[in-house]
Ligand binder design. Sequence first.
Ligand code: DX5
Ligand code: ZN
Length: 212
Amino acid sequence: MLAPSLLSADFGNLEREFEWFNRSAAQWLHIDVMDGVFVPNISFGFPVLKHVARLCRKPLDVHLMIVEPQKFIPEVKDLGAHVMNVHYEACTHLHRVVGQIHDAGMKAGVTLNPATPVSVLQDIIEDVDLVLLMSVNPGFGGQKFIQHTYRKVEQLRELTDRSGSHALIEVDGGVDLTNFRKLRSLGADVLVAGSAVFGAEDPEGVCSLMSV
Ligand code: DX5
Ligand code: ZN
């Protein structure tokens, strides 16, 4: 599956972006919320995202790069999000937060920064619906893919198989036409792509290629 990242969309022409996006083969829309504290950048907040949610006809995959993400569960739910992703590094009481996301009726995703090992998920893997592996340091689009992520996808696939977890494996950052096939073959279920899609001459064509 492919989840193009809104961060790279043309905010001056959102209506036009969603005309092609809604008819494209992409399965989800990935939405990056940043607070300038957890990551060194600020993106967009909920008033803007309400407009985006009205335009988008695909499930929303919301990635919160913020401290205390549990405070915003009602706002994410109000958007009609399908998945709410919180960072492992931002949640002291991750098990509780995952339960709160489920209670709000959403799928719960846990995100790992590049330097956080897959092994920290051992005691939560059966409770989550998705694990998002960052393949760049979060905060900006257009960065270079960190090669070590391939090994992490393999390790996570081993962990989900061993534990019987149904968690989807998602990869975010620097994913493009040169590496998406390898990521899929190693076991990634969902690929996030920002600049590779929105920066392309034929974004709809790139979505068709990458939406496998
Ligand atoms: C990075 C974000 C990504 C970003 C990916 O902090 O989490 O979702 O939009 O952009 P690309 O695909 O350009 O690396
Ligand atoms: Zn993201």
